[in-house]
Each structure stands twice: as structure tokens, then as C-alpha cells.
Ligand binder design. Structure first.
Ligand code: PLP
Length: 445
């Protein structure tokens, strides 16, 4: 593969963009390939190389790169009517009606412009509603580039995970390990009266893909109820992907107080949203006293893309198709690992997948989680499969990034750039694509 033009573009980018990119994860080594356009499940780079794409914009693209006709026309109609106004439009109401009709916990919403903005506003809302400061988060969870959640360490010693955040901010954040009910109980014993909210992804989707163990979310729900704290599900990645239109909360049957959305709900355009019970969402200004505002919020083109996107999913068997391809791919990967790398773990659900290069899997693979780790207690891998963010971090991440990712890229398969980020199947992928992908994994593993 020739990458001359990408190399040249990266050279220019390094002079005018920090690290040559606008989002850190895009800076693959030694230099990223620059994308010229998408085509169905594929992207074509600046040198004309064609890749089967499982990055899918890091999650927003349900249909791949060729938008279904109704989505295409909705986008074009709203863009050509003048892009935005600073006054309300009908399309915002329609998307809000659609989301509140389908997502169990949502009666009312506020749209914003990114997942980050959604979690920032949800945290402010929870603090405003409860009059408390502390937020419990999961180690290895991701809620965007924001002050309250870029925090490492544990509940006793929280510390900023990046330069630029005061220690005094980090002290209001209590990180605990995912899937550890006792740790959740301890943090509530110690800080219960000060906890405004528990903020968690229903599935860790940015740190491998870690499913909840049985009963974990129910424990969080009970603890929040007992202590007057809010349970916030960050469904920016799982929303309208896992569990279909009811999202992961519907799949797991657990009802959060607040939900944050992003990615798919904007149909490929910048978006975020905070949803929940009306009495909570009404705390946002102007109906309530928690200030929230945005020039671009509820942008008509985004709202139109999001609505057409979700309506298309409601009217076609999109989720059946992508989830069955997901199952096929994860089952195929499990078979491959049995021969090539029995210590590794296939993770994922619905249309999300990844192979975690775990170091300590059992040699004997029981069929319990044959289509991706579901934290089944009767699986032979149960004691070794990743249950927390640190379990994923302990895997062979260097091998993944330095050798494996490149070996896949050279075979024309575009995976997310590190071991932590999920990969996604779109409705543009086919069974033949799955076969091609499995052959490439067999070669690269
Ligand atoms: C992507 C993501 C975010 C951040 O969304 P942005 O639109 O990148 O700001 C927040 N939470 C989760 C779970 C995400 O996957």
C-alpha cells in the first residue's frame, strides 16, 4: 500500500494542528491515513487505498458512509433552508418526541452539541437538583473531555488524569471499579450524603467492551434510591445501538434517572442530549435554575439527520441485520482464538465487537460466551475475562497497537486505533465482509 499523500498531508497538519489532528485518538503511528471519502462500509484514503471500515466515526454511523435516501434528503432540505436560526424549529420537537417515545426513562430532553457537553450538563443538573457535589464514576469509564470525569485513582485518592484540572475539582469525583458491588456499597457508606449522582456507561464501551455482571446495575439503582442520588446512564455510545431503539437501559431493564446521548442520535452530525424524567429535566434553564445554553444546540440539520436516521431504523430491520452480523463475527473470532491465541477474549454485544489481548485466559474455552464475553458465571473464562477498566489495561496493548492494528490496516481493514475503543458494524456491511474480516484476523493474530 502506498501512503505518500497521507504522509505529506500529515506533514502539513503537524504545522497547524496540535499533533496533526483534531481528536487525539486519530493520531495513529507513524502517521494516520487521511480519508478522502466513504462508500458504504468502506473508506477511501488520500492515496486511493480502500479499507473495510469498523471505526464508523467512533460510533455515530449506523448505515455506514452512504446515507439512506430519506436521511440524505432530510439533511439537504434543512441545510438549504438556511443552516440555523437561533429560534426554535419543529424538527427539534419531532426528534425529542421520537426519543421520549422509544427510550424507557426519557420523558423530556435538552439537545446539545456533543457527548461531552451532554455529560457536563447532566452532572451540573444532578448537582443542582440534589445540592450535592460528589459524582461517582467507573475507573476506565469515558464521558468525554470534561473536568468532572477526567479523574483517575480511587475514591480515597482521586486525582486529575490530565494536566489542566485542579486537584480541588478532582476531589469531587469518586472513581470506583466497574462490576464491583462491594466497592459501590463502600463509597455510599462513606460519602452517601454527598453523592449527587453515579455516572456510568451501561457497558464500558471505551475501555474494551465490558458487560455488566448480573445484578450490578440493579445494585447501583438501589444505592442511588436509598441515598437520594441520581443514576445517570451515559448512553452516548450504546444509545440506539445496543438494545435497538430502547437503548441499553431497555435491554438491561434498568431505569436511570438521567441519560446522556450523542453519536447515533445526530445521524452523523455533531450532537449530544440529556434525557430523563420531566421533573428533573425541567431544572434546566429557562424552566429551572440550572443554567444550560448553546448557540448550535438543536441544530436543524443535525435534528433532521437524527430523526430521519432513527425513523429509518424503526421502519427497517436494521438492528436485526447488524446484530446478526455482529454475532457471526464474534463467533468466528472465538473460533479463531481457540487456534491462534486461546488467552485472548472476544468482547462485544449487538453490533459492537473487539478482541482484547488478555494474558490469562483459560486454555479450555467453554461455549458459554461463544459470541462475545457476556460475564456468564458458568463460562470457563469467567475468572479471567476482563471485568473492570484495569483488567483491560493489563492486556497486551502494545502488541495490539504496534503490530496487530498495522497488520490489519495493510490488509485493508480499518479498526479503531487502540485496544480500548470499540468497533462497530453498520448496515452496509455484508456476510462476505465478515468472511474477509475473519480471514484478515487469522492472518494478523
Ligand atoms: C464518545 C463518548 C463521549 C463523548 O462524546 P463526544 O461527542 O466525543 O464529546 C461520552 N461518553 C461516551 C460513553 C462516549 O462513548
Amino acid at each position: 500500500m502506498n501512503h505518500e499523500r497521507s504522509r505529506e498531508l500529515y506533514g502539513r497538519a503537524l504545522s497547524v494542528l496540535a499533533g496533526g489532528v483534531n481528536s487525539s485518538v486519530r493520531a495513529t503511528k507513524p502517521y494516520p491515513f487521511f480519508i478522502e471519502r466513504g462508500d458504504g462500509a468502506h473508506v477511501i484514503d488520500a492515496d486511493g487505498n480502500r479499507y473495510l471500515d469498523y471505526v464508523m466515526g467512533y460510533g455515530p454511523l449506523l448505515y455506514g458512509h452512504t446515507l439512506p435516501d430519506p436521511v440524505q434528503s432530510a439533511v439537504q432540505a434543512h441545510a438549504s433552508a438556511g443552516p440555523m436560526y437561533g429560534a426554535p424549529t419543529e424538527i427539534e420537537v419531532e426528534l425529542a418526541e421520537f426519543v421520549s417515545r422509544h427510550v424507557p426513562s426519557v420523558e423530556m430532553l435538552r439537545f446539545v452539541n456533543s457527548g461531552t457537553e451532554a455529560t457536563v450538563s447532566a452532572v451540573r443538573l444532578a448537582r443542582g437538583h440534589t445540592g450535592r457535589n460528589k459524582i461517582v464514576v467507573m475507573q476506565g469509564g469515558y464521558h468525554g473531555a470534561q473536568e468532572s470525569t477526567l479523574v483517575d485513582g480511587d475514591a480515597e485518592n482521586p486525582r486529575p488524569s490530565t494536566a489542566g484540572i485542579p486537584q480541588s475539582f478532582a476531589e469531587h469525583t469518586l472513581p470506583i471499579p466497574f462490576n464491583d458491588p462491594e466497592a459501590a456499597e463502600r463509597v455510599f457508606e462513606q460519602h452517601g450524603d454527598d453523592i449527587a449522582a453515579v455516572l456510568t456507561e451501561p457497558i464500558l464501551g471505551n475501555m474494551g467492551i465490558v458487560m455488566p455482571v448480573d445484578g450490578y446495575h440493579e445494585t447501583l439503582r438501589d444505592l442511588c434510591d436509598d441515598h437520594g442520588s441520581l443514576l445517570i446512564f451515559d448512553e452516548v455510545i450504546t444509545g440506539f445501538r445496543v438494545g435497538g431503539l430502547q437503548c441499553a437501559q431497555g435491554k438491561f431493564g434498568v431505569t436511570p434517572d438521567l441519560t446522556t446521548f450523542g453519536k447515533i442520535v445526530g445521524g452523523g452530525f455533531p450532537v449530544g442530549a440529556i434525557g430523563g424524567r420531566a421533573d428533573l429535566i425541567e431544572h434546566f434553564s429557562p424552566s429551572g435554575d440550572v443554567f444550560q445554553s448553546g448557540t448550535f444546540s438543536g441544530h436543524p440539520v443535525t435534528m433532521a439527520a437524527g430523526l430521519a436516521n432513527l425513523e429509518y431504523a424503526a421502519e427497517h430491520d436494521v438492528y436485526e441485520h447488524i446484530n446478526s452480523l455482529g454475532e457471526q463475527l464474534r463467533a468466528g473470532l472465538s473460533d479463531l482464538l481457540a487456534d491462534h491465541a486461546p488467552e485472548y477474549t472476544v468482547v462485544g454485544t449487538d453490533s459492537m465487537f473487539k478482541v482484547i489481548f488478555t494474558r490469562h485466559g483459560a486454555a479450555d474455552r467453554a461455549p458459554a460466551c461463544a459470541t462475545g464475553c457476556q460475564q456468564a458465571p458458568d463460562c470457563a473464562q469467567f475468572d479471567a475475562c476482563p471485568k473492570t477498566g484495569s483488567d483491560v489495561a493489563d492486556a497486551d496493548t502494545e502488541r495490539w497497537e504496534r503490530l496487530f492494528w498495522h497488520a490489519m490496516k495493510e490488509q485493508g481493514i480499518f479498526l479503531t486505533a487502540n485496544q480500548y475503543e470499540s468497533q462497530f458494524i453498520s448496515s452496509a456491511h455484508t456476510e462476505a465482509d465478515i468472511e474477509t474480516t475473519l480471514a484478515a484476523y487469522a492472518e494478523a493474530l
